[in-house]
Design a protein around this ligand. Structure first.
Ligand code: PCP
Length: 397
């Protein structure tokens, strides 16, 4: 099939073959090979030079993809695992081997890490803002369909509670969603639509009624509660910007009116144009769950760089990069990283003075994939624990 029939997307096979690369790497290999330099053994390190909007922390994603990309290459790769805490200038990965083996893969290596860590970081910040309240990724409609599952996986690595795309079943998660305005409009009657939803769908589908189609949120929320009674799990407010006004007040009013009539079991789900700041605000106003789309999948890529730090054992780097291979250590209690020249003694945490633990995993060992691919649920739970610890340590949005 031609590119046009494949929607001009690049296949995983082509990525693995190194076809997603910048032409200057092709030219570089040609020049280096012509002068016998291409097979020099180098050490390259990957670090984020900054985090978007000068935030102090993020979440790393894309490590599994990079490990699989480098599988079969004559390299060793040391790295933090997916879901690790990200700090500026901390080397998250170290790749060692002949430059010709992986130099031209820099484009795809950074492409995976920059994009997926960006989505994981924004997801983590929204979840950090929501605390124990539910946050679901509603964003696959806002990005190119070819990478929808990759983006959903990254949002789950970032600690979200679920995602709406049906393909998440392939990574062991159940898709999460409510109902679209289209369904209500086709019935032409909110109550008929909600009742049909309740009558037709299996019991395990939560009954969350969208309550902003024709009338205001308070009116439709009470109509839904009266129609479905204790079968109603929640109402979704997806108020369009043209009507938004003071959304916190709308949430408080809906909560009040539901409680006044004995419907305190009905949850309030909010979606539409959300970010970590409005999620925090609406959570404080009484919302129980959130659907976030554009803000998560449209996350800015993290500004990772991949730089030579050693050639044939000799430390060397460009301006702005510290030369020499490094070992990375972490204090899990205080979430502090420290790196030292490779082989030096483990440093002590500057806060608790305890010896820090070696933070890298050897994810590729002489070309053999050595990365224990974790169930996404495990990474998700670990990230949630990290966010709680960040909060306990006084981190803020
Ligand atoms: C949107 C749709 C998306 C939500 C909001 C995410 O509502 O429900 O899942 O929006 P965001 O990208 O701004 O965060 P509509 O566009 O009204 O779609 P629908 O009628 O299907 O709810």
């Amino acid at each position: 099939m031609g590119r046009e029939e494949e929607f001009y997307v690049v296949s995983g096979k082509e990525i693995k073959e190194g076809k997603v690369t910048d032409v200057y790497f092709m030219r570089t290999m040609e020049v280096l090979k012509a002068r016998g330099l291409a097979d020099k053994k180098v050490v390259m390190e990957v670090a984020a030079r900054s985090l978007p909007n000068k935030i102090g922390w993020g979440i790393l994603a894309g490590i599994e993809e990079v490990a699989r990309l480098l599988e079969g290459k004559n390299v060793d790769v040391y790295s933090l695992p997916d879901g690790s805490l990200l700090r500026p200038w901390v080397p998250v990965m170290r790749i060692e081997g002949p430059y010709s083996e992986f130099g031209a893969l820099e484009t795809s290596i950074l492409g995976f890490l920059c994009s997926l860590s960006g989505v994981a970081t924004v997801s983590a910040r929204v979840k950090f803002a929501a605390g124990d309240k539910t946050v679901v990724n509603f964003g696959i409609r806002r990005h190119h369909p070819a990478i929808s599952l990759a983006l959903e996986k990254a949002s789950l690595i970032g600690g979200l509670d679920g995602s709406s795309g049906i393909l998440v079943r392939e990574i062991g998660m159940n898709p999460v969603g409510t109902m679209p305005h289209a369904m209500i409009i086709l019935f032409g009657d909110q109550v008929k639509a909600w009742k049909a939803f309740d009558e037709v769908l299996p019991e395990d589908v939560p009954r969350v009624a969208l309550v902003d189609t024709f009338f205001d949120e308070k009116t439709e929320a009470l109509m839904a509660a009266e129609a479905l009674q204790d079968r109603l799990y929640g109402v979704r407010l997806d108020t369009p910007a043209s009507r938004r006004g003071n959304m916190s007040q709308i949430i408080k009013e809906v909560r009040w009116e539901l409680d006044m009539r004995g419907y305190s079991h009905v949850k309030i789900f909010v979606s539409g144009g959300l970010n970590e700041y409005t999620v925090k605000e609406y959570s404080e106003a009484g919302a129980d769950a959130f659907g976030v789309g554009s803000y998560i999948v449209g996350a800015k890529p993290i500004d990772f760089g991949m730089d030579i730090v050693e050639i044939e054992g000799r430390p060397i780097a460009k301006r702005g990069i510290k030369s020499g291979a490094k070992d990375l250590y972490l204090c899990d209690e205080h979430l502090i990283y420290k790196y030292v020249p490779r082989g030096e003694r483990p440093p002590k945490c500057p806060i608790c003075n305890k010896e820090m633990r070696y933070a890298y995993l050897k994810v590729v060992d002489s070309g053999k994939l050595n990365y224990k691919i974790e169930d996404i649920k495990h990474i998700n739970e670990r990230t949630k624990g990290l966010l709680k610890k960040l909060k306990d340590l006084g981190e803020t949005l």
